[in-house]
Every structure is written in C-alpha cells, then in structure tokens.
Design a protein around this ligand. Structure first.
Ligand code: ZN
Length: 460
C-alpha cells in the first residue's frame, strides 16, 4: 500500500513539475523514496531479464543511451534514465515513468546510468547483472571522494555482488586495477590503434600504479590517464582487451572497427573531431557483445541512437551553435580540444554554476586547461561567461591570458545566448555544467531557426 501511495504521489508530482516546465527528473523519485525507502529494490525485482548499470566519471549518459537503443533494436522492452538523472532518486523516477499506477513494470531490461559515487548506495537495493565502467577520473572536488577512496568503495560493493559481470576499460589504469583483484567474470575493451587524440592534458590524474605506487610507463597515451601502460616495478599492465578497437583515418572521417570473440565485429564511422565519443561507442558495442546481442542489432542500435540533450547538440540561430555539457576538467579539456580544431570565427560562451549537482567548489576551473583556447585565440571573436560563478570563470580566462576586451560577463543565460548570437562570427559554442543545462537548452531550442539542425527529439 505504501508503495502504491508513493507511486501515485510521485506521478502527480512529476506531472505537475512538467506542467510548470521543469523536467522533474529527480523530484518524483525523491518523494517516492521518502514515502517508501525500499522502492528501488521492489522495482528492480520486477525486471524480467537483466539489469545493466553504466557508471564512471565521463560518458555515462551517451554510453547508457546507446546500450538502451541496442536493447530496443533487439526487440526488448527496457527502462532507462535517458536524461542522465543518475542518483538513486533519478533511477526511481525512471521506473515511476514506466510503471502503472499499481507499480507494475513490464520490462525485460533496465539500463541505468549511475553516478559513480552513488554506486554503492544503488547496489544496496539493485542487483545488477552487468556493470559497464567508462573511466574513473577525478571529478568535482567536493561531494566526491578521492579516486582511491572511490575505488575502495566500489570494490567493497562489488565484493557483495559476486555474480555481476564487469565490463572494464583496459586503457584506464584505475579500472584495470579494480579488475585486477576481483574474482568476477570480467571483460575488457580498449583501443589498439595508437592514434592521436590531440592529447595535451596538463593533468594525468592517476598515473601511479594502484598496486605498488610506482610510476606507470606509457607506451602510448590517448588522453587524461587513458593509454597503453605498464608498471615499471610490478606485474601490473594494461589487460589485453576482449573487445579490441582499431581506428582508421579516412579523410574527413574516422572508422572504428570493434572486434570481439566468435566473429563479433561492428564498424562505425565518426567525424574526425569526435574522438571523445569513440570510447563511449566502444563501451556500448562491447556491452552489446557481453549481453549476447548480435553484431547486426548492435549496429542498428548505434544507427538509431540520438545524442541526448546537451551532448554536442546543434542549433541554428543566425549561425550554427553547438551546446555541450562538461562537468569536470577532463570533460572540459576534451570539449576545448574539439573547439580548437574548428578554424572558423566563433564565440565561446562558458557557463559555470555551483549548485549541489555541480559541486559547490569551483577550484577545478584551475585544473582545466583553458589555455588550449589561446592556440586559436585569433579565431575567437568573443568569450562570454555566465552562471553563478561567472566572475570566477572570467578571472580564470584572464589568467589564461585572453584579451579582456574580448570578454563579456553575462548576467543571465538569455544575455549569454544574445552575446553568442549578436557577436559577428561563423559559429558559436556554449559550454556549461549540469544545473545550467536545461534552462540554456530550452532557450536555444525556443530560438532555433532550423528544425533539422536539432537532431535531438523532445524528451518527455
Ligand atoms: Zn606496480
């Protein structure tokens, strides 16, 4: 009875939030959780085939949505938190959106993105069949434990769930060390081709061996801490991937060929500046392989996948404008690298908030390599900063060495978008962190002149 009450109240709350123009991605779940603390376990027990969790620092939303698309293309029903609300309340909201008023879920699969720091909490209620790990970098400074503590916490909850199959990134030494001492069934994926991902990161986060503390020796380095590595002291080295990716440059395109066991082979094209999503795609393809889907349905799933709100989302307001969510130094560095490959004249707007979802402490701005923009400073006609911490961002750009005459401090999101639109340029980029995303996306969508430019369907 308590469960049904929780569901009805949460459904009403979600409907009201939507009427008022909010997405309500966490709200309904929070209410339900308060009324019925074990509601997640109850929902999970109704999933007929498999529960898949996708976790890691970056790339969770894209990877999870690609896996969801594969499951759908394989002809199965699936619950998914597509918008990326990845705390326990967000997962509960996803179930509430797909259940009847009596709480019945008719789903064969659940594919759920989980915040890496919340994994232990979620696993206390949900028993995943498979966990897909993207990468583990240092994230926001507050609200997140240091990387080692985080790894210990994850290891602790995995030890209580011995039947869970793990899919790990070979190229990430943090994840490889996690796999090293766990007896679970494990699969690895990694990029074999020693390609250039334009890596000039200033912070290689954890390049020390997690087993012995010695420095790792990189034979090849992709970005952040990802690469081909060996410990200089102990036996620790990059595991041989079960799913190997080979990348071939083909003029304007990059072609990824992922090869697993038993003739499992999937080929996928990328535009050249899209190296960031190569890992997400490889993780999703490998997940498809681990889940036993055919290469054909995995490929179809990728073709039908549409990037979610704010992931290199395109608009057209007098010029093409690209919106991208970046939450931490690694995410920002990757986006800045993509922008630095665009030689057209542009406005770059950067929005930083410090609400709890973003992390209260914005000192990570100083760990982010905004200096990348200086290499293409002559193509940037204006830098616009906005959000609650716009002055911190302005200061950071001044220290990076940009010309103050090119800097606009916008009081509102609307003003920031005006600045992107009105400053004469060929293109515009809007980078921001989480709590600014939906308001900004809504305004861009409202002013969008080319419906075809926006490939993202409205999300209900
Ligand atoms: Zn070592």
């Amino acid at each position: 009875m308590r469960k049904i009450l929780a569901i009805i109240i949460a459904k009403i709350a979600i409907a009201l939030a939507k009427l008022m123009g909010h997405k309500g991605t966490n709200f309904g779940g929070e209410i339900a959780l308060r009324i019925c603390p074990d509601i997640l376990a109850w929902f999970g027990s109704q999933v007929k085939k498999k529960i898949i969790l996708v976790t890691g620092t970056n790339g969770k939303t894209s990877t999870n949505n690609m896996i969801y698309s594969m499951i759908r293309q394989s002809g199965h029903t699936c619950v998914c938190n597509k918008l990326g609300a990845n705390l326990d309340s967000g997962l509960i909201s996803a179930f509430i959106n797909s259940c009847t008023l009596t709480g019945r879920i008719d789903a064969e699969y659940a594919s759920l993105e989980v915040d890496e720091a919340s994994l232990a909490k979620v696993m206390a209620h949900l028993k995943p069949d498979t966990i897909v790990f993207t990468n583990l970098f240092r994230d926001q400074l507050d609200g997140y434990t240091e990387l080692d503590a985080l790894l210990d916490k994850i290891r602790g909850s995995l030890e209580k769930s011995q039947d869970t199959v793990l899919l790990l990134n070979s190229d990430d030494p943090s994840l490889a060390s996690l796999g090293e001492d766990l007896a679970h069934a494990k699969y690895y994926y990694g990029i074999e081709t020693q390609m250039d991902m334009g890596s000039q990161d200033v912070d290689k986060d954890s390049v020390l061996c997690k087993l012995c503390g010695e420095k790792l020796d990189y034979d090849h380095y992709f970005y952040s801490q990802l690469g081909h590595y060996t410990c200089t002291k102990c036996h620790f080295k990059r595991p041989i991937p079960d799913f190997k990716a080979f990348i071939e440059d083909k003029g304007q395109k990059r072609e990824l060929t992922a090869i697993g066991k038993d003739d499992f082979k999937v080929v996928r094209d990328f535009t050249t500046n899209d190296s960031y999503s190569i890992y997400n795609t490889l993780a999703a393809i490998s997940a498809g392989g681990v889940l036993g889907f055919t290469a054909e349905s995995v490929k179809k799933g990728l073709e039908n996948y549409r990037p979610q709100v704010g992931r290199m989302e395109n608009f057209y307001i007098g010029k093409p404008i690209t919106l991208n969510l970046a939450k931490n130094p690694v995410g920002f560095n990757e986006t800045l690298k993509i922008i630095s490959q665009d030689m057209s004249s542009k406005v770059v707007a950067i929005g930083v908030n410090d609400l709890p979802q973003d992390g209260r402490d914005v000192s990570w701005l100083w760990d982010t390599n905004f200096e990348i923009l200086l290499d293409i400073d002559d193509t940037i006609v204006n830098y616009t900063v906005f959000g609650r911490r716009r002055y911190d961002m302005a200061l950071r750009l001044k220290y990076a060495g940009i010309d103050e005459n090119k800097l606009t401090v916008a009081e509102t999101v609307e003003d920031a978008i005006d600045s992107v639109v009105k400053n004469l340029s060929d293109t515009g980029y809007v980078l921001l962190n989480y709590s600014l995303l939906f308001e900004t996306q809504k305004i861009l969508k409202g002013r969008n002149e080319d419906v075809k430019a926006d490939s993202v369907p409205s999300v209900s």
